[in-house]
Design a protein around this ligand. Structure first.
Ligand SMILES: [Fe+2]
Ligand SMILES: [Fe+2]
Length: 483
């Protein structure tokens, strides 16, 4: 029983305090004096008044009239472009067989073993769309391996012959990744990752060398792919916190210096009468109810501050990735007609392997259409079903492991895991609907029921589509209405 009690506490602290606030784990094995000191700090932190928040105000908050003086929000030029994301490219030269590689695939629901084929098929389809430019919001490589970046950049080179303007930003996997490795038989061997400076060098032709401006304190930059449209490519990753041999920091943030640079670019765009779109790896709004509670690391730190900044300056469209789902959610401040759409695009290596085509017309209507990779070289037919089954089975395995950790019985896991996996895949695909029947908890054991108390809102969240629609939608960029 003490073991069960300990696990139960862990579940509670994980859910309510997120893992970084795992109080039970934090205090475990500490001496009495240390415990007292920790408890003191925890109480002091909890009691600290909100006024201790020293976040500096942005220019538009300090002086709202200054934004009014910038005049009306410029119209978007008519334009057509593509976004695809989270390609997680893994080159076969880093190993594609053996026990160690099989082991990696077993613990991951991504279609890594097909990343090259999916990329080739996707790039072919995208080139045939003949967009004016392409944006890619990060996680270009499996784990930031130099070889994967170089091969990925080679593939971009081929695509650029048909679509010359391509822009990238890093994702959390791409830089200073301590897990960069090759697979040799039953072992893994570390391989070189890349620094931020090397990222800018490898992708010089994809934003960095032809930018209007670059942020000195991050890999953010601004470009103007068509006259009258500024594209802000924003680096929200925390690669400075990554350590050798460790997983990368998943969460994202903007430093104060980068926030200032973004605002300066937004002011410049208004003075120059250019409309703005932005793209970045992390989300800027919650994509389902309780997103922040369960998976805060997938939304940029202080996301309200970031989405408010975009909304204040009339940036209507922000393109994101990271969570691998097809989801559009908007932030709307009714009183001031301020709004911004966060258009998250799923991953090339996760079902449904999507990309999006965005067309803006001169009447300020933006049409977003989603397309899916349904055929690759080795699976000319049936790839859609294969990718669904692969992602579903991989998710089922991971859910099983998590429930096992919480000592949920095997029979309870068999009852719960399919519903949890289905809910997750529904969120990945977008336009999800609540199932007619909620997950049945009758007949579950104590830990099964307890887990459902905590996970129930997550499952419901994944099954709940916050407005607007996710895959095919028209938005009025003047009013925020959509259909
Ligand atoms: Fe990713
Ligand atoms: Fe990511």
């Amino acid at each position: 029983m003490p073991v069960i009690a300990h696990e139960t506490r862990d579940v509670i602290s994980l859910i309510f305090f997120k893992d970084r606030w795992n109080i039970a784990g934090y205090l475990k094995e500490r001496g009495a004096v240390m415990k007292l000191i920790h408890v003191f700090f925890i109480i002091a932190l909890a009691a600290a008044p909100a006024s201790c928040d020293r976040t500096p105000a942005m220019q538009y908050e300090k002086d709202p009239a200054s934004v009014e003086l910038l005049g009306v929000i410029p119209d978007y030029p008519a334009v057509r472009f593509v976004v695809f994301s989270d390609t997680h490219y893994h080159d076969a030269s880093l190993g594609s067989s053996g026990a160690a590689y099989a082991n990696y695939l077993k613990d991951d629901s991504k279609l890594l073993h097909l990343s090259g084929e999916i990329l080739d098929a996707g790039m072919e389809k995208i080139a045939a769309e003949a967009p004016e430019f392409i944006i890619i919001p990060g996680d270009l490589t499996k784990d930031g391996e130099r070889i994967n970046h170089e091969r990925f950049s080679d593939k971009l080179g081929k695509l650029a012959k048909r679509v010359p303007r391509i822009y990238v930003v890093p994702g959390n996997h791409d830089i200073n990744n301590g897990m960069a490795c090759r697979y040799v038989g039953d072992a893994t061997e570390p391989v070189e990752s890349i620094s931020p400076e090397e990222f800018a060098k490898i992708y010089a032709d994809y934003g960095f060398s032809n930018s209007l401006a670059r942020d000195e304190s991050s890999l953010s930059y601004a470009v103007e792919p068509v006259a009258g449209l500024m594209v802000l490519a924003l680096d929200s990753c925390k690669y400075r916190e990554n350590r050798p041999g460790k997983h990368t920091e998943t969460s994202g943030s903007f430093s104060e210096a980068t926030m200032k640079w973004i605002e300066a670019m937004l002011i410049r765009s208004r003075k120059d009468k250019k409309a703005v779109i932005a793209f970045m790896h992390h989300g800027i709004v919650e994509h389902y109810p309780h997103n922040e509670k369960y998976y805060a690391r997938f939304i940029v730190d202080r996301y309200e501050r970031v989405s408010d900044l975009f909304a204040a300056y009339g940036v209507r469209l922000v393109f994101t990735g990271h969570y691998h789902s097809q989801d559009i959610t908007m932030k709307k401040l009714e009183s001031q007609n301020r709004f911004v759409f966060d258009i998250e695009t799923g991953s090339f290596v996760t079902h449904p392997c999507p990309y999006r085509v965005i067309s803006i017309d001169r009447h300020q209507s933006a049409r977003v259409e989603s397309r899916f990779i349904t055929s690759i070289a080795s699976k000319p037919g049936g790839f859609e079903k294969y990718s669904y089954d692969y992602t579903y089975n991989g998710t089922l395995g991971m859910v099983g492991k998590t429930l096992d950790k919480y000592m949920v019985s095997a029979s309870d896991t068999r009852s719960l895991a399919p519903d949890i996996a289905r809910a997750y895949l529904a969120h990945l695909r977008g336009d999800e609907k609540l199932p007619e029947k909620p997950t049945a908890t009758d007949g579950l054991g104590l830990l099964g029921r307890l887990t459902m108390v905590f996970m129930g809102t997550l499952i419901e969240g994944w099954n709940t589509d916050l407005p607007p629609a996710d895959n095919n939608i028209s938005m009025n960029l003047k009013t925020g209405e959509w259909r």
